[in-house]
Design a protein around this ligand. Sequence first.
Ligand code: AR6
Length: 192
Amino acid sequence: MRHTGGVPTDPDVPAADVPGPGPAALEVVRGDITRLEVDAIVNAANPSLLGGGGVDGAIHRAAGPELLAHCRTLGGCEVGDAKVTPGFRLPARWVIHTVGPVWRGGGHGEAELLASCYRTSLARADEIGARSVAFPAISTGVYGYPPEDAARVAVTTLRSTPTAVERVLLVAFDDRTGAAYRSALGEHRGPR
Ligand code: AR6
């Protein structure tokens, strides 16, 4: 018999408070992903995996040159896929590098490719046994994906993907992204 918080539940009747298959906790945090003490951080990389601007540049700077040396051995990464490296000098033990789609108006499979980034990153996190994972707002910077649309894809995909990851941090580097996540999560903050 299943137990929820010490209360016995009928195994044949799904309890209303049984969470979905996704991570138990989805939290919005403001700031620099490279500072976070989590098991794994996700990088919004490009197909070469050899570094770039935005969060990718920040992660490479903080991790040190060993990261680029390691990435050179990986043979790049397809859009929607993800590959793992150590975190080297980062507080995070691992970096999960994923490649988001470039926004081309929304009619070129962008949403499915972005969802695949979140799903595949969770799968990689499960492979390495990560329990806490921080995501940047993949594709919403240089790649031009509208933050509100991207936040909906992120939240919907994370909530519906079976995983052993317990805690996901959605890292907002700016106010617009933070608001987009709160709205996608169904949270509302005071009159503004
Ligand atoms: N911590 C958290 N989020 C950050 C940080 C940081 N330190 N720095 C930027 N962001 P982007 P993309 C936010 O452009 O759109 C690179 O050159 C940023 O404000 O980093 O997927 C790669 O090599 C935005 O909300 O990634 C690729 O060529 C989000 O991270 C290309 O950019 C994503 O913006 C990928 O573009």
